[in-house]
Design a protein around this ligand. Sequence first.
Ligand SMILES: CSC[C@H]1O[C@H](OP(=O)(O)O)[C@H](O)[C@@H]1O
Ligand SMILES: Nc1ncnc2[nH]cnc12
Length: 287
Amino acid sequence: MKTMIGVIGGSGLYEIDGLEGASWVKVRSPWGKPSDEVLLGRLDGVPMAFLPRHGRGHRLAPTDVPYRANIDALKRLGCTDIISVSACGSLRADYRPGDFVIVDQFIDRTFAREKSFFGAGCVAHVSMADPTCPRLGEACARAASGVTVHRGGTYLAMEGPQFSTRAESRLYRQWGADVIGMTNMPEAKLAREAELCYATVAMVTDYDCWHDDHGAVDVAAVIAVLKANSGRAKALLAALPAILGPDRPLCPHGCDRALDHAIMTARDARDPDLLARLDAVAGRLLS
Ligand SMILES: CSC[C@H]1O[C@H](OP(=O)(O)O)[C@H](O)[C@@H]1O
Ligand SMILES: Nc1ncnc2[nH]cnc12
């Protein structure tokens, strides 16, 4: 199988540079309109697809991001791996603004989003015990340079768009969350259902509002750190194709086989309309 790297760019990352033959293409998805067109090109012989999560110009709030259409579009284009680049607040003193965190766990506190490709007419339950791909996360850590990288961290996904209260921020710290953001759920769940390797590079922009020595987060503070850091995020992405290589073996962690034992609905009880929409996500098993 051939590697194709999908990148979902978060706040402050609306394009990437240096792709050979780059062009923005419209992708049609049965799950609705993706956040924007997708920037397609190649780097070091590896095809890449870049999708700005909030759309160019940052038009979409976290709740309104079409997560299903985005993941379906990247899968439909042939992506094997997805890197989520995401701004986040830090919930611990030693994860400082400017640092990168390779997230490996999530706590999902979102409640107003479509969270699955499956449902009435084709029910499936995938494992989320290990929600990110260790191989892809390690590649991201190796690709980073000139920045402090923390390998591992629990990302609490909140609904937003308002930032947390101090009581919430303190509670999430007690729960053991390390960083906080508004977008990586249900994105990570949907990537797993679509059998894509998924890794999050979380860029710490602030200390949320729990830290006595730092003021409460606001957008101006987030943007200032993102501006200083977007070059490092782009450099990480540019180094990744050479690390992953053009030929992709089966994922040693099974991300690309996540649906093998997940679908519950009997063949004769499946809804043909839903099966048609699942052509890209689960065509491997349903056709
Ligand atoms: C601009 S601060 C809040 C905003 O930034 C993060 O977005 P993303 O994960 O796409 O980088 C956070 O989740 C909020 O959506
Ligand atoms: N403190 C914070 N809370 C939620 N999302 C964020 N994105 C960046 N900083 C954040």
